[in-house]
Each structure stands twice: as structure tokens, then as C-alpha cells.
Design a protein around this ligand. Structure first.
Ligand SMILES: NC(=O)c1ccc[n+]([C@@H]2O[C@H](COP(=O)([O-])OP(=O)(O)OC[C@H]3O[C@@H](n4cnc5c(N)ncnc54)[C@H](OP(=O)(O)O)[C@@H]3O)[C@@H](O)[C@H]2O)c1
Length: 289
């Protein structure tokens, strides 16, 4: 990856995190270019990392790139891609396109870019901003093995990466890891509030809830045993944990989690259908008449 030329379209939160991870991993900053129309955004990035920045993507920039990462908001991705299509058409060797945009299928992106381009779609989550993300990746049929490796190396700088074979699985990924940080925040909130009800000071209760979530996740990640076994090991017969676990089970925690993730997956599918629609928000199709 160190010799690869990497271009980012959009220089916001996700691009900043990936650029930071890449620089920390030893990728020469001179091989990285971030394209963002906002001068302040470019200045902020250039002050933080000695990378190249540009207000727009030229054909020369895209032609020299190995990977072009699309890191703009999903709502504007269609118009951004349609804007890049002409420059890409001029490229003799086309770069791999890596999209981190939530909810937009590779097929839509490919169509907006004019087709004839290899695409890896990534679904990261918010902890990617602190290099602790969980990202699922899916490659379209046009991707070569070395392009898949390159995409994975880029996304690995933001945390764990897994590949899924079928893009339809991305709706499930969205429901588990994409939206997942919010589920854990909710559980931490609830645990903190419960601690207060039991008489703890708010700050004490929050710290205990946070460190317990962190410690449990780290222990489960580092252990060879599965989470169910780890749970059994800390649930002594007749003890306190057993009472709490019994209460969770009797109150259908598992069914609640199943219903919540099903609702998220269904919404992910609906949003992909909406966002992948070729009509731009103003009703324009984006095609020259
Ligand atoms: N942040 C997360 O935790 C997270 C998690 C999973 C997936 N993602 C995905 O990552 C993508 C980027 O999210 P983000 O949080 O990094 O968004 P962001 O902070 O808003 O960054 C997007 C950047 O793109 C710029 N931009 C707008 N139009 C552009 C254009 N035509 N060409 C180039 N750049 C343009 C924006 O400028 P303006 O501000 O002026 O519009 C902004 O600086 C999204 O698609 C999102 O779904 C993010």
C-alpha cells in the first residue's frame, strides 16, 4: 500500500480518520490527496497531515490514483459521482472506487460513475473515527484480488474488517455493527440510571458502567471462549448475576434485540432503495438532455 496513490473525495470526519490511520501506518503523506470544495476543510487537513489537497478532482488526479475513496454524505453521493464520471471516462487505467457511504449500493455508484469501474463498498461504524471501528466490505465482480487487499488495508487503519460475499448482507451488517454503537450507548445509559436508582452518584455509576462495557468487550475479544461461556463462568448458581440474567431472560431481552435489529435491517433496505433512486433530490436525473 505504501506505493499506492490514494485519493479521497470528501475531507470530513471519516476521511480524516482514514488519512490519520494511513499516515500512522507509514503511508507517505505525499501519496494521499483529499478533494474537498471547502477551503477551511482542506486547510485543517493539510495542517494536520502533510498531504495534498485539491478543490476538485481532475482527470489527471484520478488517472494517477490506485484507489479513489468516496467519503461524502450519502445524500450528495449521486451528484458527486455524476460529476466524477467524465473525468473517470478519460482514465486509461481506472482506479478502484472504495465507497464508505452508508446505504448506497455498489450498483448505484457504478451506474452514476458511468459503469466500467471496480467497486468495493465498505460499511464502517462511528468508532472508526477513533480507529476502533468494525467495517464490513463487499467487492463487485470487477474487483481484482490486489484491489480487494488494498481496500482492506485502507479500512483496517480504522479498525476491524470483515468481508461479506453478498451485498444483501450489508443490511444485516448495518443492523448489527453500523447501528450497534447506539445500542451499547443505550445499554450504558440504562445501567448508569439503574446505578443511580440503587443509590450511586451519577458520575460513579457512569464510570462503572463504561469501564464494565469496555472490560467485557475486551475480555470477550481476547478470549478463546465464546461470550455465552464467559457469561456462564461469571454466573454462579444462587449468586447475584444469576438473578439479573434471569430477569433479562424472563423479560425477553433476546426477542427485543431480534426485533430491534430486524427493524434496522428493514430500514436499511428501504433507505438503499430511496438513495439509489436515479432522481436527484431536485427531480433532475443528472443526465445531460
Ligand atoms: N462519521 C461516521 O461515523 C460514519 C460511519 C459510517 C459511515 N460513514 C459514511 O462516511 C461518509 C462521510 O461521512 P462523514 O461523517 O465523514 O461526513 P462529513 O464529515 O460531512 O464529510 C464529508 C465532506 O465532504 C465534503 N463535500 C461536500 N461536497 C463535496 C464534493 N462535491 N466533493 C468533495 N467533497 C465534498 C463536505 O463538505 P461540506 O461540509 O461543505 O458539505 C465534508 O467536508 C458518509 O457517506 C457516511 O455515510 C460515516
Amino acid at each position: 500500500m505504501n506505493n499506492s496513490k490514494l485519493v479521497f473525495i470528501g475531507g470530513g470526519n471519516m476521511a480524516t480518520s482514514l488519512v490519520g490511520g494511513l499516515c500512522a501506518a507509514g503511508v507517505p503523506a505525499s501519496n494521499i490527496t483529499v478533494v474537498d470544495p471547502q477551503a477551511e476543510q482542506r486547510a485543517r487537513l493539510a495542517a494536520e497531515f502533510p498531504i495534498n489537497t485539491a478543490a476538485e478532482a481532475s482527470s489527471e488526479l484520478l488517472a494517477a490514483a490506485d484507489v479513489v475513496t468516496l467519503a461524502v454524505k450519502p445524500q450528495i453521493l449521486q451528484s458527486v459521482c455524476r460529476g466524477l464520471a467524465a473525468q473517470l471516462a478519460d482514465c486509461e487505467t481506472k482506479p478502484l472506487v472504495l465507497s464508505v457511504a452508508a446505504g448506497i449500493r455498489a450498483g448505484s455508484i457504478k451506474r452514476w460513475l458511468g459503469g466500467d469501474v471496480a467497486i468495493v463498498r465498505a460499511m464502517p461504524n462511528t468508532p472508526a473515527l477513533i480507529q476502533a471501528g468494525a467495517t464490513a466490505l463487499v467487492a463487485d465482480a470487477a474487483c481484482k484480488a490486489e484491489q480487494k487487499s488494498l481496500a482492506e488495508e485502507i479500512m483496517r487503519t480504522a479498525g476491524l474488517c470483515v468481508w461479506v460475499k453478498d451485498e444483501a448482507d450489508i443490511d444485516a451488517v448495518t443492523a448489527i455493527s453500523g447501528s450497534g454503537p447506539a445500542y451499547f450507548f443505550l445499554f450504558i445509559e440504562a445501567l448508569e440510571a439503574a446505578g443511580e436508582k440503587l443509590g450511586l452518584e451519577a458520575r460513579t455509576s457512569r464510570l462503572l458502567a463504561l469501564q464494565t462495557a469496555f472490560g467485557a468487550a475486551r475480555m470477550a475479544l481476547e478470549s478463546d471462549e465464546d461470550p455465552a461461556e464467559l457469561r456462564r463462568k461469571v454466573t454462579s448458581p444462587g449468586g447475584t448475576t444469576e438473578q439479573a440474567i434471569l430477569s433479562f431472560e424472563n423479560n425477553q431481552l433476546r426477542a427485543l434485540v431480534e426485533a430491534a435489529t430486524q427493524a434496522a435491517a428493514t430500514r436499511s433496505l428501504e433507505l438503499a432503495n430511496q438513495l439509489g433512486n436515479d432522481a436527484l433530490p431536485n427531480g433532475d436525473t443528472g443526465e445531460a438532455s
